[in-house]
Design a protein around this ligand. Sequence first.
Ligand SMILES: [Fe+2]
Ligand SMILES: [Fe+2]
Length: 169
Amino acid sequence: MAHLVWKTELNTGIHEIDTQHQRIVQYINALGDARLTNDQKTVGRIIDETIDYTASHFAFEEAMIEDAGYSFVGPHKKVHEIFVRRVVDFRTRFERGEDVLGELHDMLSRWLFNHIRHEDGAYVPTVKAHLQVTESSAERVVKEQVRRELQQGRAGVQAKQGWLKRLFA
Ligand SMILES: [Fe+2]
Ligand SMILES: [Fe+2]
């Protein structure tokens, strides 16, 4: 299966986001390669890793655009949520023994570049301006946000620590 190839025009210029997007591309390519193996355990593991990593990226991105005061955080989260639901549905079908890999791979490939170009592209100016004003990096603003929530004992903050670890291990 043809590998997805990263194009420089997909770069947002926000270092952490570009790194994470490129990593997702690697996962999608690994899924494509997994089609060649008949090892269902490996395929299941790669699907899970793709879901986990993508969900971590979404959480990071959502925290970042929230911190920047982006106006469309709600709709952006909704788009992520619907996407995760779709992928989880694939996971369920896979568990039932259906051969979903080709369909899943096609959907991911199409969705990702399209989302990066449009919805992600739309927040870039706001986030960049915010990072410039705060003289900060996306990693720093998000980690700072999680640290504050931790101090406040906010619900769900443990999960955030989990995805931060996954992204910056
Ligand atoms: Fe996004
Ligand atoms: Fe993204």
